[in-house]
Design a protein around this ligand. Structure first.
Ligand SMILES: Cc1cc2nc3c(=O)[nH]c(=O)nc-3n(C[C@H](O)[C@H](O)[C@H](O)COP(=O)(O)O)c2cc1C
Length: 314
């Protein structure tokens, strides 16, 4: 999608990053900047895309959900254009939320339920609470001009149930792609047919993703789709890949099958929670070291030398 990355790994957009660490998106963007790679800011991000865009020179993707109100879709794209966002990323695998059973156990639900387990978590991590209370008020700057956020978590629920359009179709997306008139990718593609249609309607990229296994229980792994989708559309469109990436060798396998870049989510979120920007930098640094070491061990000097023969399927 026309971007130059110093590392073939980017930080995939994730929601509510200031819940992980009070610096949230600022920390992730600053770490991505240090490693010369792309990052995404979520529609339900907790720092504004404008602020982040001013902070960095590396490519920023804006992760977008499709709204019933077409005017709102256009207004949000205008806002992203005005802040020089390089890549529009429309998530197409979240027409409804997955059944996240761990959230039910911890009470991280809408409405939020403080149960014994949750109380224990707060009690054993007092700095989280102190940081939460002593830093700027929690908000969703991508959305607060469009929904009333006073209701906290229930406002997010309202956003998903009332403002988003679960009947989004290919024609709607094609209109969006034309309106954006720039780099546009669909996140959450999991079939050759959909990859082909994305290319047909003018998308410049797709991200093969099962949302880190958080949506459809029992779906195929995104890695298992990679080779067949690259074979079908790799000449026409950039194929990116995420979900389940934890190590340098995972990235190398994906690149060998034809992915142009590999996204990570939890790989940087846990370090973000543990140590803010320093944690994300440490994670990306470890990834870079692993990639370089393993490429040497494979006899590859450049990522373009990673090819299909490096991976053998059983
Ligand atoms: C806590 C969390 C929040 C996420 N929020 C979003 C989001 O707002 N929009 C989106 O398109 N994907 C979101 N994702 C999915 C990630 O962008 C990415 O596809 C996924 O995390 C990749 O899998 P991995 O965590 O195994 O690397 C989220 C993932 C996690 C773990």
């Amino acid at each position: 999608m026309g971007q130059k990355l110093a590392l073939p790994v980017y930080c995939s957009p994730t929601a509510l990053q200031r819940l992980f660490h009070h610096d949230g998106e600022r920390a992730v963007a600053a770490a991505a900047e240090k490693f010369g790679t792309m990052f995404g800011v979520s529609s339900i991000g907790t720092v504004s895309m404008e602020e982040i865009a001013q902070q960095v020179t590396v490519p920023q993707a804006y992760q977008f959900y499709f709204h019933k109100d077409r005017g709102l879709n256009r207004a949000m794209m205008e806002r992203a254009k005005a802040s020089n966002i390089q890549v529009m990323m429309l998530t197409v695998d979240s027409i409804t939320g997955g059944n996240r059973e761990r959230d039910l156990r911890t009470g991280f639900t809408i409405p939020f339920r403080l149960n014994l387990k949750g109380l224990w978590e707060f009690a054993t991590r007092p700095m989280w609470g102190i940081n939460y209370l002593t830093h700027e008020k929690f908000s969703l700057p991508q959305l607060d001009a469009h929904i009333k956020m006073e209701g906290g978590a229930s406002s997010i629920s309202e956003y998903f149930s009332n403002l988003l359009d679960p009947s989004m179709n290919w024609h709607d997306v094609e209109e969006m792609v034309k309106y954006w008139d720039g780099q546009f990718c669909l996140k959450g593609i999991m079939s050759v047919e959909d990859a082909q249609r994305a290319a047909d309607i003018g998308c410049t990229g797709i991200i093969i993703s099962n949302h880190g296994g958080r949506q459809l229980d029992g779906s195929r792994s995104s890695f298992d789709h990679l080779a067949e989708i690259v074979d079908a559309v790799g000449e026409r469109i950039d194929v990116l890949f995420d979900s389940g990436v934890q190590r340098g060798t995972h990235v190398l396998k994906a690149l060998a099958l034809g992915a142009k870049a590999v996204g990570v989510g939890r790989y940087y979120l846990y370090p973000l929670a543990a140590a803010g920007q320093a944690g994300v930098e440490r994670a990306l640094g470890l990834m870079k070291t692993e990639l370089e070491r393993d490429m040497r061990l494979m006899g590859c000097k450049n990522v373009s030398e990673l090819i299909r023969k490096h991976v053998r399927f059983r």
